[in-house]
Design a protein around this ligand. Structure first.
Ligand code: GLA
Length: 402
């Protein structure tokens, strides 16, 4: 097979058209609205958002598209086009995690259902809607397909009910759905990037203060996403365990540094003084976080001064740390990264997102990108027997009515 470079705009138009056609076929009329909510790729700052750290994501031109209208009832009727599955629920059935017939809510419906549930908890009304949605973000690829579904539904209900929430408030509502309804103890990064994305920009978010700004994406480089085609597995259980390890580290370190409330509060120097007091596994987890926060702070300066070679090296270090200290990589991700790091024009490569499968992010000098994609495809296929999906990403605006 030939190596392919996706032009992603046609992909979004195709998803949009398919959602509109499916709405017409299923509900026998046109929707009143359609929203788009992007996925994200994170350049640096992995597994630090729930440790009050700083993250550097980009909202990408792969999105969930949701067509909808108010139906004048209390019941929402959803069709997940990609799964070919339907579900209806009301607010009261959602409180029991059930559909409107009293059966358990299917896993996929926990995301829209969670948004409705979280909105109700926040005192916001959720009128019944008829909706069809589809996504061109590969599921389980570490590109935040679930956060984009949440952000699409938040914006849809905001449109119908007139809530007037700002993008960051919408992100926080989605996080509440994810943490308390879906049951993954994730941080704010994914929903934030999907809600607040800026075209041609990297977002810089301080996950403690929630202050953020955008840095123009340095030009002359391609930001290449390479999908190992090994979907994430075991993620929510392992993810929650990593978070618990970090909390344990904070509890133990606070004995030596009173007032410490998160791993953001300790410098690398102080961490090195106390780290021998921590149990071995907890020490490795916490070291990743403390060093990754340091790397991110240095990376911001490098991005501002366009020192992309130095920035790329931080990505490489980030991957080694996720692999060896945080232990969220898998052999296919390591193989993909190792091949990429040895190719001409590649400044840095690492896994992106939660890990346990999914994608890598690679920064490649534009002049080399075609050959990079060809060689990475060939090398990865040769080593694993799997044909990867490799995309050059463009950064986009956050979720919007289209
Ligand atoms: C998942 C979570 C995020 C973040 C990343 C790892 O994507 O949803 O909140 O923790 O993993 O950086």
């Amino acid at each position: 097979m030939e190596a392919s470079i996706h032009q992603t705009d046609p992909i979004n138009s195709a998803t949009r058209d398919a959602v509109l056609a499916e709405f017409q076929a299923y509900f026998h009329s046109s929707p009143d609205y359609i929203v788009r909510a992007p996925g994200r790729v994170n350049l640096l700052g992995e597994h630090v958002d729930y440790n009050d750290g700083i993250v550097l994501p980009i909202a990408i031109d792969r999105s969930t598209w949701l067509a909808f209208r108010a139906n004048g009832s209390e019941k929402s009727n959803l069709l997940a086009k990609d799964l070919g599955r339907y579900c209806s629920f009301t607010l009261s059935s959602l409180h029991h995690k059930q559909n409107n017939r009293g059966n358990p809510l299917p896993d996929w419906a926990l995301y829209p259902g969670g948004v409705c549930w979280a909105a109700d908890k926040a005192g916001l009304g959720c009128p019944g809607m008829d909706a069809v949605y589809s996504s061109n973000i590969p599921n389980g690829s570490g590109l935040s397909s679930s956060a984009s579904i949440e952000m699409a539904f938040v914006l849809a209900w905001q449109t119908l009910a007139g809530w007037g929430l700002q993008p960051m408030q919408r992100a926080l509502l989605g996080k509440k759905a994810e943490n308390l309804y879906v049951g993954v103890q994730s941080g704010i990064m994914d929903q934030f990037a999907s809600a607040c994305g800026k075209e041609n920009s990297i977002l810089v978010l301080d996950c403690r203060s929630l202050e953020w700004y955008a840095i123009p994406l340095p030009t002359g480089y391609s930001y290449v996403i390479a999908n190992t085609m090994k979907p994430r597995r075991l993620s929510s259980g392992e993810y929650n365990k990593r978070k618990a390890d970090c909390e344990e580290a904070v509890r133990l370190l606070a004995e030596f540094q009173p007032g410490l409330t998160s791993l953001r509060d300790i410098t690398l120097e102080d961490f090195n003084r106390f780290s021998h007091k921590l149990p071995e596994r907890i020490e490795r987890r916490a070291r990743h976080v403390v060093e990754e926060i340091e790397r991110t702070l240095r990376a911001i300066l490098m991005l501002k001064s366009r020192e992309m070679e130095a920035f790329g090296k931080l990505l490489n270090l980030g991957h080694a740390s996720l692999r060896d200290l945080y232990e969220v990589s898998i052999p296919e991700l390591d193989t993909m990264v190792e091949i990429a790091q040895g190719l001409p024009g590649c400044l840095g490569a690492r896994l992106t997102g939660a890990g346990f499968g999914g994608c890598t992010i690679n920064i490649v000098e534009e002049a080399y990108v075609k050959e990079f994609v060809r060689q990475l495809t060939k090398g990865y296929q040769g080593a694993t027997g799997i044909f990867p999906d490799i995309t050059i990403c463009r950064s986009t605006e956050g979720a919007s009515l289209e």
